[in-house]
Ligand binder design. Structure first.
Ligand SMILES: [Zn+2]
Ligand SMILES: [Zn+2]
Length: 133
C-alpha cells in the first residue's frame, strides 16, 4: 500500500503524478523483487552481490529531486543487505542528467522549497492525493 501525489506548478504548465511508498505485498527473498528495478540497475545489483547470501531487502518508492536540473522523479530505492555485513543501495541519480538526486522525505512540507522542473520557480503545489496498492 502506498500513497501518491499529484503535483502541479502555479506559474507554468508543469504537472505530474508520483506514486510513493511500498506497493503491494512485500515478500523478501524472492527473485521478482528485482523486477521492479531498472534493467541496468538489476544488472548492477547482480554484479555487485554475485552469489553472496542476501539477508534483507528493503525498498520504497521515493520521490527525488535532481540537485542539478530540478527534474522530479519517483523510483524504487532498494537497500540490500548481503554477505557478512555489506550493504548496497540502488542508484538515486537523475535519469536525465545523471545529477545527484535528493530524496524528498516529506513532500507535504518540502513542496514549498522545491523548484519546478519546468520554470525553476518555487511555485509547486500538491493538487491531489492518490491511494494505490
Ligand atoms: Zn537532473
Ligand atoms: Zn513551473
Amino acid at each position: 500500500m502506498g500513497t501518491g501525489y499529484g503535483i502541479r506548478c502555479q506559474s507554468c504548465f508543469y504537472s505530474n503524478e508520483f506514486l510513493l511508498g511500498v506497493g503491494g505485498d512485500y515478500t523478501p527473498f524472492i527473485d521478482y523483487e528485482f523486477n521492479i528495478l531498472h534493467p541496468k540497475t538489476r544488472e548492477q545489483v547482480k554484479r555487485v552481490i554475485g552469489g553472496s547470501p542476501i539477508h534483507d531487502i528493503n525498498y520504497e518508492y521515493e520521490l527525488l529531486s535532481c540537485l542539478k536540473c530540478q527534474h522530479l522523479y519517483s523510483r524504487p530505492i532498494m537497500e540490500i543487505k548481503y554477505d557478512r555485513d555489506e550493504k548496497f543501495t540502488t542508484n538515486k541519480n537523475c535519469s536525465k542528467c545523471k545529477g545527484k538526486g535528493k530524496i524528498i522525505s516529506n513532500i507535504e512540507i518540502d513542496i514549498n522549497q522545491l523548484k519546478c522542473p519546468g520554470c525553476k520557480r518555487k511555485k509547486l503545489e500538491i493538487n491531489s492525493h492518490i491511494m494505490w496498492d
